[in-house]
Design a protein around this ligand. Structure first.
Ligand SMILES: [Zn+2]
Length: 311
């Protein structure tokens, strides 16, 4: 079933005082981060419908998602720690907590590392202004009363609603043809072919290596992903020994270069910028949890060279 996401795009006027806001340019990109519920469930091939609470802005299909690690400043109530704080217009002190009612001159600030996500979805963009109201959109969601900024919706119902109001069958069909549902039926695009291949590759690694993360040890299959080593080498072709099974979080940190392999010692090397995270820092210097093959050494060295200088 095709997943659609109804996402709230308020640009710089996004109201919560609890964060610094996001840079959205609705017809091309949508940005979110790991403090948002459902942040990691959104995938390439999903339908994305942007709205501003009043009405639909537009609909498209996600072509790519870029991720990065960033520091985010979070503001909260100094008394109860909740982010539900409001800036008052004239009265002093200037802030009021919506949860506990506490009044205070300045919010508590702290930074925390977050994963940031940015979708690219300009190709199939269909302008939706004036087509569907906020309440019509809410009714298409799995949970119509949800307050989330990213909420799952039924694409089948959204598609029908769009067809009913536009009669622009071709644009709506264009969107439908680019979704994951259509792709599973043989309509493949390169971005998604990588995903399909990835799953087969992961299964093959699981059969060969068992439920073991190469850097941390025994891990349930549900939390293991296939990391492609050969993507760091000149040739992007598939290779039997070109992958490692890694726990999902470890995989992301590996892809970004925060975790690498010291092939001389056969040990895990963790970037010093992660030293204040004990669960990652303790991996530094540990031997790999599996024998790495001679072919893999070159790829792991290439990974180090291309990724490590950036972190
Ligand atoms: Zn409070």
């Amino acid at each position: 079933m095709t997943t659609a996401w109804l996402v709230l795009a308020l640009g710089n006027s996004r109201e919560h005082a609890g964060n610094d806001g996001y840079d959205d340019s609705p017809s091309q990109h949508y940005s979110w981060d790991s403090t948002v519920q459902n942040h990691a469930r959104v995938a390439v091939g999903d339908v994305i419908a942007l709205w501003d609470r009043k009405e639909l802005i537009g609909v498209s299909v996600i072509e790519a998602i870029d991720t990065a690690i960033a520091e985010k400043t979070l503001y909260s109530c100094p008394q109860c720690g909740k982010a539900d704080i409001k800036r008052r217009q004239r009265e002093k002190p200037a802030y009021r907590c919506g949860k506990c009612g506490h009044l205070f001159p300045a919010p508590r600030q702290r930074t925390r590392p977050v994963t940031t996500y940015r979708s690219a979805h300009s190709k199939r963009w269909m302008n939706g202004r004036g087509l569907l109201s906020g309440s019509e959109l809410r009714a298409l969601c799995d949970a119509p009363k949800s307050q989330l900024s990213m909420r799952p919706a039924r694409w089948e119902r959204l598609r029908q609603a769009l067809l009913d109001v536009t009669g622009q069958a071709s644009t709506v069909k264009d969107i439908a043809a680019a979704t994951r549902l259509a792709i599973a039926g043989g309509h493949r695009e390169s971005m998604v072919r990588v995903r399909v291949g990835q799953e087969a590759f992961r299964k093959q690694l699981l059969r060969a290596q068992g439920e073991i993360c190469a850097f941390t040890g025994p891990t349930p299959a549900a939390a293991l992903e296939a990391a492609h080593l050969y993507s760091y080498a000149e040739s992007g072709e598939h290779h039997d020994y070109g992958g490692l099974l890694l726990r999902r979080d470890i995989h992301r940190l590996f892809d970004l270069g925060y975790i690498a392999v010291d092939t001389a010692g056969g040990t895990v090397d963790v970037a010093s910028s992660l030293s204040h995270y004990p669960c990652y820092a303790q991996l530094h210097g540990q031997p790999l949890k599996m024998q790495f093959r001679p072919e893999q050494r070159g790829w792991l060295d290439a990974h180090w060279l291309s990724k490590r200088p950036r972190v």
